[in-house]
Write a protein that binds this ligand. Sequence first.
Ligand code: 13P
Ligand code: SF4
Length: 305
Amino acid sequence: MTVRELQDEIIRLKKEKNICILAHAYQRQDIWEVADYIGDSFGLSKQATQTDADTVIMCGVRFMAETVKMLSPQKSVFLANYAAGCPMADQMDSDIIMQMKEELPDHTVVAYINTTAQLKTVCDVCVTSSSAVKIIRNIPNNKILFIPDCNLGDWIAKQIPEKSIQLVRGGCPTHLRITVRDIDRIRANYPEAKFLVHPECHPTVVAQADLVGSTTEIMSYAEKGADCTYIIGTENSIVEHLQFKCPDKLFIPLSKDCVCHNMQATTLMDVYRCLKGSGGEEIKMSDDLIAASRKCIDEMLRLGQ
Ligand code: 13P
Ligand code: SF4
């Protein structure tokens, strides 16, 4: 089978079975081409509430599939590749947060959506990189405990100086591979390029950016921008997608090491097997876990309107 034949078969099967394929922007190009919706974490959460398909296949990482299940418990939700987790989501457990809540009882606990369903049960509000500033501004309480990404938290705190934001030590191992030395090296070769980064990068990297944004915001800026050359400081799949969308512009990865092996774990063949019923993992969550964990997702959608 060729890639194109496999894609045609996937498109035929998903229509025949009324299955919706959601793909995070970090997925591979061949998966993008068969997806019904591609977006950042916030866009995927909203889309999960809108599709009328009976079954959803998530091409992304585990917490994204869990979010879809929380928002649509009546649907069958599959993670296309069972091994696709998020190391940041696994960094913290609910016991640590319960202890911090005792120490900071007057704080609202805001969790980056890159957290497990279990952890979400002890948090008040979720945010994504594209919605965080707006949502935290809309929280009446000025005292915030933000978990688990201290880089994203640092960037949010700088946008909302009127709030007191407590951070914890956690973050994305993929984005942490980018250093200021990478910027110096690339800028020496492309001095005119616009520099776009994800807020999961270290603050010293973020401080030099022309745009700090989610995957969708980075792509939209680069697609619409009048400039010809862009340095991309996020997972390197975005460089390839932008190059496909805008072949006349030039996109340069800030670091060749910014590859998320979890996001890249899912293959087109995984999607095919999942559609055929012989692959992927169905997300199973108890009613109690869904009820307790989706409260902070519902708050995110309400405050992010
Ligand atoms: P966004 O989808 O919010 O840009 O986040 C990127 C990410 O790291 C998802 O795991
Ligand atoms: Fe998790 Fe980072 Fe990979 Fe996103 S890029 S899935 S935050 S490890």
